[in-house]
Ligand binder design. Structure first.
Ligand code: FPP
Length: 285
Protein backbone atom coordinates (compact mmCIF):
# COMPACT_ATOMS: atom_id res chain seq x y z
CA UNK A 1 0.00 0.00 0.00
CA UNK A 2 1.22 3.56 -0.53
CA UNK A 3 3.20 4.94 2.43
CA UNK A 4 0.99 8.00 2.77
CA UNK A 5 -1.94 5.82 3.84
CA UNK A 6 -0.19 3.86 6.64
CA UNK A 7 -1.58 4.59 10.10
CA UNK A 8 1.00 4.94 12.91
CA UNK A 9 1.96 1.45 14.31
CA UNK A 10 0.18 1.82 17.70
CA UNK A 11 -3.05 2.97 16.12
CA UNK A 12 -2.77 0.23 13.52
CA UNK A 13 -2.34 -2.41 16.25
CA UNK A 14 -5.39 -1.18 18.12
CA UNK A 15 -7.45 -1.07 14.97
CA UNK A 16 -6.42 -4.59 14.01
CA UNK A 17 -7.47 -5.88 17.46
CA UNK A 18 -10.78 -4.03 17.18
CA UNK A 19 -11.27 -5.47 13.72
CA UNK A 20 -10.52 -8.96 15.07
CA UNK A 21 -13.25 -8.49 17.69
CA UNK A 22 -15.70 -7.32 15.06
CA UNK A 23 -14.75 -10.23 12.82
CA UNK A 24 -15.58 -12.66 15.62
CA UNK A 25 -18.81 -10.81 16.50
CA UNK A 26 -20.01 -10.90 12.91
CA UNK A 27 -18.90 -14.31 11.73
CA UNK A 28 -22.25 -16.04 12.22
CA UNK A 29 -21.48 -18.13 9.17
CA UNK A 30 -18.57 -18.33 6.81
CA UNK A 31 -19.02 -18.40 3.06
CA UNK A 32 -17.98 -22.06 3.03
CA UNK A 33 -20.73 -23.22 5.40
CA UNK A 34 -23.52 -21.96 3.13
CA UNK A 35 -24.62 -24.19 0.21
CA UNK A 36 -24.07 -23.13 -3.37
CA UNK A 37 -27.15 -21.82 -5.18
CA UNK A 38 -28.65 -24.31 -7.60
CA UNK A 39 -29.55 -22.72 -10.92
CA UNK A 40 -28.50 -19.51 -12.57
CA UNK A 41 -26.58 -17.07 -10.42
CA UNK A 42 -26.70 -13.35 -11.29
CA UNK A 43 -23.54 -12.33 -13.11
CA UNK A 44 -23.61 -8.86 -11.56
CA UNK A 45 -25.06 -8.03 -8.13
CA UNK A 46 -25.23 -4.43 -6.91
CA UNK A 47 -25.85 -3.64 -3.25
CA UNK A 48 -27.12 -0.48 -1.60
CA UNK A 49 -25.45 -0.80 1.78
CA UNK A 50 -27.78 0.50 4.47
CA UNK A 51 -28.40 0.10 8.18
CA UNK A 52 -24.91 0.51 9.67
CA UNK A 53 -26.10 3.35 11.91
CA UNK A 54 -29.13 1.43 13.19
CA UNK A 55 -27.02 -1.66 13.81
CA UNK A 56 -24.70 0.42 15.99
CA UNK A 57 -27.59 2.16 17.76
CA UNK A 58 -29.16 -1.18 18.69
CA UNK A 59 -25.88 -2.02 20.45
CA UNK A 60 -25.41 1.44 21.98
CA UNK A 61 -22.26 1.86 19.93
CA UNK A 62 -21.16 4.95 18.00
CA UNK A 63 -22.24 5.07 14.35
CA UNK A 64 -18.62 4.63 13.30
CA UNK A 65 -18.64 1.15 14.87
CA UNK A 66 -21.54 0.31 12.56
CA UNK A 67 -19.52 1.42 9.54
CA UNK A 68 -16.52 -0.56 10.74
CA UNK A 69 -18.71 -3.66 11.09
CA UNK A 70 -20.05 -2.84 7.62
CA UNK A 71 -16.54 -2.88 6.17
CA UNK A 72 -15.92 -6.32 7.70
CA UNK A 73 -19.19 -7.50 6.21
CA UNK A 74 -18.19 -6.13 2.82
CA UNK A 75 -15.16 -8.39 2.84
CA UNK A 76 -17.22 -11.43 3.89
CA UNK A 77 -19.88 -10.83 1.24
CA UNK A 78 -17.23 -10.39 -1.44
CA UNK A 79 -15.91 -13.86 -0.55
CA UNK A 80 -19.43 -15.31 -0.42
CA UNK A 81 -20.41 -13.78 -3.79
CA UNK A 82 -17.24 -15.07 -5.44
CA UNK A 83 -17.93 -18.54 -4.10
CA UNK A 84 -21.47 -18.42 -5.50
CA UNK A 85 -20.07 -17.63 -8.96
CA UNK A 86 -20.97 -13.93 -9.10
CA UNK A 87 -18.55 -12.12 -11.45
CA UNK A 88 -19.22 -8.46 -10.52
CA UNK A 89 -20.23 -7.02 -7.16
CA UNK A 90 -20.90 -3.29 -7.04
CA UNK A 91 -21.50 -1.67 -3.66
CA UNK A 92 -22.69 1.82 -2.78
CA UNK A 93 -20.30 2.85 -0.01
CA UNK A 94 -20.43 6.66 -0.17
CA UNK A 95 -22.89 8.73 -2.17
CA UNK A 96 -22.51 12.31 -3.36
CA UNK A 97 -25.29 13.08 -0.85
CA UNK A 98 -23.33 11.57 2.06
CA UNK A 99 -21.19 14.73 2.30
CA UNK A 100 -24.11 16.29 4.17
CA UNK A 101 -23.53 13.96 7.17
CA UNK A 102 -21.70 15.36 10.22
CA UNK A 103 -18.05 16.04 9.38
CA UNK A 104 -16.72 13.52 11.94
CA UNK A 105 -18.76 10.74 10.31
CA UNK A 106 -17.59 11.77 6.81
CA UNK A 107 -14.00 11.82 8.08
CA UNK A 108 -14.42 8.36 9.64
CA UNK A 109 -15.78 6.95 6.37
CA UNK A 110 -12.80 8.37 4.46
CA UNK A 111 -10.41 6.79 6.97
CA UNK A 112 -12.28 3.51 6.78
CA UNK A 113 -11.92 3.48 3.00
CA UNK A 114 -8.13 3.59 3.38
CA UNK A 115 -8.09 1.11 6.27
CA UNK A 116 -10.26 -1.40 4.44
CA UNK A 117 -7.47 -1.91 1.93
CA UNK A 118 -4.80 -2.17 4.63
CA UNK A 119 -6.83 -4.82 6.40
CA UNK A 120 -7.95 -6.89 3.44
CA UNK A 121 -5.31 -6.20 0.76
CA UNK A 122 -3.67 -9.59 1.21
CA UNK A 123 -6.87 -11.60 1.49
CA UNK A 124 -8.32 -9.91 -1.59
CA UNK A 125 -5.11 -10.71 -3.48
CA UNK A 126 -5.25 -14.35 -2.39
CA UNK A 127 -8.87 -14.52 -3.54
CA UNK A 128 -7.87 -12.98 -6.91
CA UNK A 129 -10.41 -10.15 -6.43
CA UNK A 130 -10.00 -7.20 -8.76
CA UNK A 131 -10.80 -3.84 -7.18
CA UNK A 132 -12.37 -0.99 -9.10
CA UNK A 133 -13.97 2.27 -8.06
CA UNK A 134 -16.58 4.53 -9.54
CA UNK A 135 -17.37 8.10 -8.61
CA UNK A 136 -15.80 11.54 -8.52
CA UNK A 137 -12.27 10.74 -7.38
CA UNK A 138 -10.93 14.29 -7.70
CA UNK A 139 -13.05 15.61 -4.82
CA UNK A 140 -11.71 13.05 -2.32
CA UNK A 141 -8.88 13.47 0.23
CA UNK A 142 -5.38 12.73 -1.11
CA UNK A 143 -4.89 9.48 0.84
CA UNK A 144 -8.22 8.15 -0.45
CA UNK A 145 -7.20 9.04 -4.01
CA UNK A 146 -3.83 7.31 -3.51
CA UNK A 147 -5.46 4.16 -2.15
CA UNK A 148 -7.99 4.18 -4.99
CA UNK A 149 -5.24 4.44 -7.64
CA UNK A 150 -2.97 1.92 -5.92
CA UNK A 151 -5.66 -0.73 -5.38
CA UNK A 152 -6.90 -0.45 -8.96
CA UNK A 153 -3.44 -0.61 -10.51
CA UNK A 154 -2.25 -3.41 -8.25
CA UNK A 155 -5.27 -5.66 -8.89
CA UNK A 156 -5.78 -4.90 -12.59
CA UNK A 157 -4.64 -8.31 -13.85
CA UNK A 158 -6.67 -10.37 -11.39
CA UNK A 159 -9.17 -12.71 -12.97
CA UNK A 160 -11.59 -13.35 -10.09
CA UNK A 161 -14.65 -11.43 -9.00
CA UNK A 162 -14.57 -7.69 -9.67
CA UNK A 163 -15.45 -5.70 -6.57
CA UNK A 164 -16.58 -2.26 -7.68
CA UNK A 165 -16.90 0.29 -4.91
CA UNK A 166 -19.07 3.30 -5.68
CA UNK A 167 -17.50 6.05 -3.62
CA UNK A 168 -18.46 9.70 -3.91
CA UNK A 169 -20.84 8.32 -6.50
CA UNK A 170 -24.17 9.65 -7.76
CA UNK A 171 -26.15 8.22 -10.67
CA UNK A 172 -27.21 11.64 -11.94
CA UNK A 173 -23.64 12.85 -11.66
CA UNK A 174 -22.54 9.86 -13.74
CA UNK A 175 -25.03 10.83 -16.44
CA UNK A 176 -23.79 14.44 -16.37
CA UNK A 177 -20.26 13.09 -16.80
CA UNK A 178 -21.41 11.04 -19.83
CA UNK A 179 -23.31 14.02 -21.28
CA UNK A 180 -20.22 16.24 -21.04
CA UNK A 181 -18.08 13.69 -22.83
CA UNK A 182 -20.64 13.26 -25.56
CA UNK A 183 -20.95 17.04 -25.94
CA UNK A 184 -17.16 17.19 -26.42
CA UNK A 185 -17.34 14.46 -29.05
CA UNK A 186 -20.11 16.37 -30.83
CA UNK A 187 -18.27 19.69 -30.61
CA UNK A 188 -15.17 18.13 -32.18
CA UNK A 189 -17.27 16.60 -34.97
CA UNK A 190 -16.65 12.98 -33.96
CA UNK A 191 -20.37 12.24 -33.52
CA UNK A 192 -23.56 13.64 -34.95
CA UNK A 193 -25.72 14.95 -32.04
CA UNK A 194 -28.86 13.89 -33.88
CA UNK A 195 -27.62 10.30 -33.97
CA UNK A 196 -26.68 9.79 -30.32
CA UNK A 197 -27.80 6.33 -29.21
CA UNK A 198 -28.23 4.50 -25.92
CA UNK A 199 -24.95 2.73 -26.71
CA UNK A 200 -23.19 6.12 -26.99
CA UNK A 201 -24.39 7.02 -23.49
CA UNK A 202 -23.49 3.58 -22.10
CA UNK A 203 -19.92 3.75 -23.44
CA UNK A 204 -19.42 7.06 -21.62
CA UNK A 205 -20.51 5.78 -18.19
CA UNK A 206 -17.89 5.10 -15.51
CA UNK A 207 -17.67 1.32 -16.16
CA UNK A 208 -18.45 0.82 -19.86
CA UNK A 209 -17.07 -2.74 -19.93
CA UNK A 210 -19.14 -3.98 -16.97
CA UNK A 211 -22.50 -5.60 -17.77
CA UNK A 212 -25.62 -4.04 -16.22
CA UNK A 213 -26.54 -5.40 -12.79
CA UNK A 214 -28.98 -8.31 -12.83
CA UNK A 215 -29.93 -7.90 -9.19
CA UNK A 216 -29.95 -4.82 -6.94
CA UNK A 217 -30.14 -5.56 -3.22
CA UNK A 218 -30.94 -2.96 -0.57
CA UNK A 219 -30.51 -3.82 3.07
CA UNK A 220 -32.29 -2.39 6.14
CA UNK A 221 -35.84 -2.34 4.76
CA UNK A 222 -35.69 0.80 2.59
CA UNK A 223 -37.02 0.43 -0.93
CA UNK A 224 -35.38 3.25 -2.85
CA UNK A 225 -32.64 3.38 -5.49
CA UNK A 226 -31.23 6.58 -3.94
CA UNK A 227 -29.45 7.70 -7.11
CA UNK A 228 -27.59 4.39 -7.50
CA UNK A 229 -26.85 3.06 -11.00
CA UNK A 230 -29.99 4.76 -12.33
CA UNK A 231 -29.07 4.04 -15.96
CA UNK A 232 -27.51 0.62 -15.49
CA UNK A 233 -30.26 -0.75 -13.20
CA UNK A 234 -33.08 -0.03 -15.67
CA UNK A 235 -33.97 -3.72 -15.92
CA UNK A 236 -32.39 -5.10 -12.76
CA UNK A 237 -34.45 -7.12 -10.33
CA UNK A 238 -34.81 -5.28 -7.01
CA UNK A 239 -34.60 -7.15 -3.71
CA UNK A 240 -35.21 -5.37 -0.41
CA UNK A 241 -34.41 -7.10 2.86
CA UNK A 242 -35.02 -5.84 6.41
CA UNK A 243 -31.61 -7.23 7.46
CA UNK A 244 -29.21 -4.46 8.48
CA UNK A 245 -26.01 -4.47 6.44
CA UNK A 246 -23.64 -5.62 9.23
CA UNK A 247 -25.92 -8.67 9.70
CA UNK A 248 -26.17 -9.46 5.97
CA UNK A 249 -24.23 -12.70 5.83
CA UNK A 250 -23.56 -15.44 3.26
CA UNK A 251 -26.93 -17.08 4.01
CA UNK A 252 -28.72 -13.75 3.43
CA UNK A 253 -26.91 -13.40 0.11
CA UNK A 254 -28.00 -16.90 -0.88
CA UNK A 255 -31.62 -16.00 0.01
CA UNK A 256 -31.39 -12.94 -2.27
CA UNK A 257 -30.01 -15.05 -5.12
CA UNK A 258 -32.77 -17.61 -4.64
CA UNK A 259 -35.43 -14.86 -4.70
CA UNK A 260 -33.88 -13.56 -7.93
CA UNK A 261 -34.12 -17.03 -9.45
CA UNK A 262 -37.90 -16.99 -8.88
CA UNK A 263 -38.33 -13.80 -10.89
CA UNK A 264 -39.53 -13.76 -14.47
CA UNK A 265 -37.20 -11.37 -16.32
CA UNK A 266 -38.92 -10.12 -19.45
CA UNK A 267 -37.06 -6.88 -20.28
CA UNK A 268 -40.33 -5.26 -21.39
CA UNK A 269 -41.41 -8.20 -23.56
CA UNK A 270 -44.22 -10.68 -22.83
CA UNK A 271 -43.78 -14.05 -21.20
CA UNK A 272 -43.55 -16.67 -24.00
CA UNK A 273 -46.96 -18.24 -23.18
CA UNK A 274 -48.72 -14.83 -23.09
CA UNK A 275 -47.23 -13.57 -26.34
CA UNK A 276 -49.69 -15.43 -28.54
CA UNK A 277 -52.89 -14.35 -26.71
CA UNK A 278 -52.17 -10.74 -25.62
CA UNK A 279 -53.87 -7.68 -27.06
CA UNK A 280 -51.57 -4.82 -28.17
CA UNK A 281 -50.61 -2.38 -25.37
CA UNK A 282 -47.81 -0.38 -23.84
CA UNK A 283 -45.79 -0.80 -20.65
CA UNK A 284 -42.69 -2.58 -19.50
CA UNK A 285 -41.68 -5.00 -16.86
C1 FPP B 1 -25.26 3.28 5.12
O1 FPP B 1 -25.68 3.04 6.44
C2 FPP B 1 -23.84 3.08 5.00
C3 FPP B 1 -22.95 3.98 4.50
C4 FPP B 1 -23.34 5.27 3.96
C5 FPP B 1 -21.51 3.70 4.50
C6 FPP B 1 -21.14 2.37 3.97
C7 FPP B 1 -19.75 2.06 4.33
C8 FPP B 1 -19.21 0.86 4.57
C9 FPP B 1 -19.87 -0.43 4.46
C10 FPP B 1 -17.84 0.73 5.01
C11 FPP B 1 -16.90 1.41 4.11
C12 FPP B 1 -16.14 0.46 3.34
C13 FPP B 1 -15.37 0.89 2.36
C14 FPP B 1 -14.52 0.00 1.61
C15 FPP B 1 -15.38 2.28 2.02
P1 FPP B 1 -26.29 4.23 7.27
O2 FPP B 1 -25.20 4.91 7.98
O3 FPP B 1 -27.08 5.12 6.36
O4 FPP B 1 -27.23 3.46 8.25
P2 FPP B 1 -28.56 4.01 8.94
O5 FPP B 1 -29.54 4.29 7.83
O6 FPP B 1 -28.98 2.88 9.80
O7 FPP B 1 -28.19 5.25 9.71
Amino acid sequence: MPKTTSPPPAAAGFKLRLQGLLDRLLRSDSADSVPLAAGQVPRHIAIIIDGNGRWAKERRLPRQAGHRAGATRLHDITAAAARQGVRYLTVYAFSTENWSRPSDEVGALMKLFVEFFHLYDERLREADVRLRFMGDRDALPADVQDTWAYAEAESRERQGLQLIIAFNYGGRQELVHAARRLAQEAASGRIDPGKITEEDIARNLYMPDVPDPDLVIRTSGEKRLSNFLIWEAAYAEFYATPVLWPDFDAAALLAAIQAYQQRDRRFGALAPDAATSAAPGAGGS
